[in-house]
Design a protein around this ligand. Sequence first.
Ligand code: NOJ
Ligand code: CA
Length: 710
Amino acid sequence: MLQKITYLTFLLLCFCGCSLNKMLPENSDVNASALKQIDTTTQVIESVHLKSPDGNIEVSVKNADGQVLYNIKAFNQIIIKDSKLGLRFLEQHGFDKQLVITSIEKSESKSRWEQPWGERRIVVNNYKELLLKLENTTNREKMNIRFRAFNDGIGFRYEVLEQKGFESVSIVDELTNFNFDENSTTWWIPAREWNRYEYLYEKTPLSKVKMVHTPVTLQLPSGLHVSVHEAALVNYSGMSLEKRRGGTLKANLAPRSDGLLVKTQAPFNTPWRTLQISKDAIGLINSDLILNLNEPNKLGDISWFTPGKYIGIWWAMHMRERTWGNDGIHGATTEETIRYMDFAAEHGFNGVLVEGWNLGWDGDWFHNGDVFNFTKSYPDFDIEKVSAYGKKVGVPLIGHHETSGNISNYENQLDAALELYANNEVKIIKTGYVADAGDIKRIDENGIAHYEFHDGQHMVNHHLKVVKKAAKHKISINPHEPVKDTGLRRTYPNWVSREGARGMEFSAWGVPPNPPEHTTILPFTRLLSGPMDYTPGIFELRPSELPPVREDMQRNDPKSRVETTLAKQLALYLTIYSPIQMVADLPKHYQNNMPAFQFIKDVPTDWEQSMALQGEIGDYLVIARQDRNSSDWYLGVITDEQARSFSIPLHFLEKQKTYTAQIYRDGPNADYDTNPYDIIIEEVNLSSQDTYNLSLGKGGGAAIRFIKHH
Ligand code: NOJ
Ligand code: CA
């Protein structure tokens, strides 16, 4: 019996993600000859190495004249040359120079854990760990650096220990450097510019980048792919990277309004600095490193969150058919919401987002942050009535809180606002922070206004505050104009999605709109950080060419249009992961094309497993996902502005089984520019031995559902 219990506990431990850390018997990778004494109590270690479990990735740390440097080798090549580590503080000596490594500890961990929802149910978390204990010899200030080496990359963080004089710590610089080959091809968006993360990706040699957001993805001259990002961004400022000499990228933390970078107290850990490393581009997508470096679920049971699809009184505003404010064509009316709820119920969607129901939208809502009221509605919207109707037809309201960047106005009303939604069956809230970067308004205890960055420490803390409070009401959060994702969905699984890149809305009014290659770059960059509420599924691909609903309503610039084929709109449900996916277009546009709409009705948003099969950054992606709630598989294929042919072995399907493949693919003349609606919908039988050959038009795509024969 005892044996059985022990065995069960062991299994449970392996499964729950509790790591079975074990001290390695000897530190064989330490440069032993370099152990010297600097005084009677402190040893100095000059260099130490750590390898990934499969041995392909190796980090080496050394002490060079009082500075601590690291380098990384992967697949027998140096990918990061000696690069600085360290932190500078306002009031302490800090960890920059005069450092010694006094001791090290090595351990390893093998575990698996289960995602309550996600791209895959079971996540394997195997790594080797190196803990370096550092001292500043000036006054013996102490800090640790913890490295983890996984088969898919490296994570490391600083851990500042509790010690005298560290009751308050102001960080004025983080020295972390990533010293790459400057000829590496880099996919990047600028940081600290007004439109936050909403830029088209640039592709340049590393030598040409300036200040970039992470994830930033590089292809090294050797062909290896590396993406630099961070994990578990908590009570710290978001890290951008600035280009220094040669190919060096240096951490550049978003400054607070008081000019400091981070204000905290010891003990504290910085977020993990992460490097996802892969031979091929798709390896980045198949990596779980960011999630693995986050803490396990702190919310416990979250069965109250249901992954799914939602429609909304939303695209009509972006197309300029309706308005958020109350000017005769107000979108958010009781009647319209009920109509949407009926449509959602008929087609099996589980939410209706309603934007513009609450007071504050009139006038210039970009700058209405001070006047938004989160509990009072316009006279033509009756929240009790719509939520009662939603309950009857089984379609909850999805809440909306646009703050226009005034977080104090929002926080002051947050409890009441959450309560109102909780009382009206709302399960998910989309929040919004429309404000230029650096213009988030925060009013302090003395009534003084301060202006913060969307990725500064105050916003990092604000988002978590909202997420935690919402969890108490069993509500999930989907912020737009957010702080970037760093995998916190593992710890707070009600933080279900976010925007944080150019989304579909840019195809309504953006000039230029999202070009075809945009969605072939996102999976290898922004989406490595986590789910995105991109809002796919647009069926009317030229919305600005429709006649206006009222003469005084202007249409958007015709240059903004949806630069995909219709089949690619379907494929985006597979190539962009989010547990909640919008069915973004207007019901009337779906009613015009029910055969293609069937795919959107069928496609799940929660997966048993996912595997990127083929892809190059900015060119194309082929991805297979298995439904979490059935034996169906799905395949999504997208291309950039080039027509392409694919040959896809279907080895992911269960062996010895036949599947009905319901195929939605570009027709022979499909072209995002000249003929976007050409689509072929067909059914064929396929099995795991088959190779599926497929041709896509320019800006095209294909979406396939495989249904297993029993
Ligand atoms: C910008 C968001 O991305 C969009 O989805 C929303 O409709 C507007 N802000 C208004 O909140
Ligand atoms: Ca391309």
